[in-house]
Ligand binder design. Structure first.
Ligand code: 5GP
Length: 113
């Protein structure tokens, strides 16, 4: 069965796509927690970072570099932004397809709730 994000990759579910290449897709989060809130994820359905394999290393590097590139493209570089990967129940993961949140456009508190 396809994950939610695989369905978005396949255009079976609509999303506001901000960036796409062969390996990753970046979309706007449907329930934004900051003025800019994107999700960037590998097209390959790795469930979560704890499930990533050693062979996923180039993919994960690509994901992070593209996250920074997309943040820059959306004007977040100057004031800063936050990348978040939630893992498992205590981490707040709700979609079991690895994704990195890109949050910016306001000052973000620390520690997270
Ligand atoms: P998690 O809680 O797993 O770290 O993040 C999942 C994120 O996916 C949440 O921020 C949630 O708002 C977002 N989300 C859930 N369903 C959809 C959807 O159908 N479309 C989009 N664009 N985002 C979604």
């Amino acid at each position: 069965m396809k994950t939610l994000f695989e369905k978005i990759v396949a255009r079976e579910i609509p999303a506001a796509i901000v960036y796409e290449d062969d390996l990753v897709l970046a979309i706007r989060d449907i329930n934004p927690q900051a003025p800019t809130h994107l999700l960037i994820f590998p097209k390959k359905p790795v469930a979560r970072i704890a499930e990533a394999a050693a062979t996923d290393e180039p993919l994960l590097g690509h994901l992070l570099l593209k996250a920074a590139e997309v943040a820059d493209k959306l004007g977040l570089k100057k004031n800063g932004y936050r990348l978040v990967i939630n893992n498992g129940a205590d981490g707040g993961e709700t979609v079991p397809h690895l994704h990195c949140h890109i949050l910016g456009g306001r000052h973000l508190g620390w520690p997270p709730g």
